[in-house]
Design a binder for this molecule. Structure first.
Ligand SMILES: NC(=O)c1ccc[n+]([C@@H]2O[C@H](COP(=O)([O-])OP(=O)(O)OC[C@H]3O[C@@H](n4cnc5c(N)ncnc54)[C@H](OP(=O)(O)O)[C@@H]3O)[C@@H](O)[C@H]2O)c1
Length: 269
């Protein structure tokens, strides 16, 4: 059976890819899509927004038009997502959140919503990136204590938050594996006379340029050798298709707070 999904924020870079992915995905049926109130894309054909030709379904600013959906998919902005989270709780709808940049307090709000509805918070919905998280855990366990760990990320010029949610999650996975508190060991950028690097720190470096879709590398560097684990996304469709997989998985889940590791079954072993 197909899961009925609606896309929130259809006119965005991810919104357009999500529409296309929902139309292409064999286990998903697209039943609606919203745009921001006052958007010039109100009442536009969803297929035309995605650049794949008219499909006879229009964007809306009225959430009531999305009630047919079992799962809503949200890659918008922090404020919009928190508003959508409230609506989903009021109407008992499952929600896949791809938006990034939430504060710890906002993440706590999203977690609490898991008491009422099924909700996934996924700062990166790519299957490859989530496999990378698993590889980071294995690598940190094997060599993390005696290597210098640094995380590099690069994204397009339009990205609003830094470091990326994925880079932060990579740091979190490594810190958790090594029993370190990321708030204490993270170093966000360096300048001037910084003194020697202390072993337990986890460094972050950010590039914002052009149309880079998303690149992440974790370095585990020793004297004489280093391991670099890299993921490069070349199309936003990878995130959009991962979000469809998440929506399908969430449609069968009980109320709770989940992530992509749950969706991909990486927590089972
Ligand atoms: N999880 C992942 O794998 C992943 C991958 C890529 C990006 N992201 C994240 O996804 C988010 C969106 O990224 P993007 O590159 O698509 O940004 P974007 O192009 O700026 O798109 C955001 C869209 O959200 C819309 N929006 C804002 N408030 C809204 C509301 N109340 N109702 C409906 N739509 C609303 C905006 O509409 P207006 O233009 O009219 O304001 C815009 O079209 C960011 O947080 C980004 O970091 C996550």
């Amino acid at each position: 059976m197909k899961v009925k999904v609606a896309i929130l924020g259809c006119s965005g870079r991810m919104g357009r890819n999500l529409i296309q992915a929902a139309i292409e995905h064999k286990s998903v049926e697209l039943v609606g899509g919203s745009v921001r109130a006052g958007s010039s894309f109100e009442n536009f054909d969803l297929g035309e927004i995605a650049g794949i030709g008219a499909i006879g379904q229009k964007t809306t600013t009225d959430y009531k038009a999305l009630l047919a959906a079992d799962v809503l998919i949200d890659f918008t902005s922090i404020d919009a997502t928190l508003e959508h989270l409230d609506w989903c709780q009021q109407h008992n709808k499952a929600l896949v959140i791809g938006t990034t940049g939430f504060s710890e307090q906002q993440v706590a709000t999203i977690k609490a919503a898991g008491n009422n509805i099924p909700v996934i918070l996924a700062p990166n919905t790519s299957v490859g990136v989530n496999l990378l998280f698993k590889l980071l855990e294995v690598t940190a366990k094997a060599i993390g204590e005696h290597t210098d760990i640094e995380i590099f990320e690069a994204h397009h010029r339009f990205k609003k938050d830094a470091p990326s949610g994925t880079a932060v999650k990579m740091g979190q996975v490594i810190a958790d594996t090594l029993g370190r508190d990321l708030n204490k060991v993270a170093v966000y950028g360096r300048e001037g006379i910084t003194a020697e690097r202390s072993r337990e720190t986890i460094g972050f470096a950010t590039v914002r340029a052009g149309d880079i879709v998303g690149e992440h590398t974790a370095y585990f560097a020793d004297i004489g050798e280093r391991i670099e684990l890299t993921h490069k996304a070349s199309s936003r469709m990878t995130f959009a298709l991962g979000a469809m997989r998440a929506a399908f998985w969430l449609s069968e889940a009980h109320a709770g707070f989940y992530d992509m590791q749950d969706v991909l079954g990486f927590k089972d072993n």
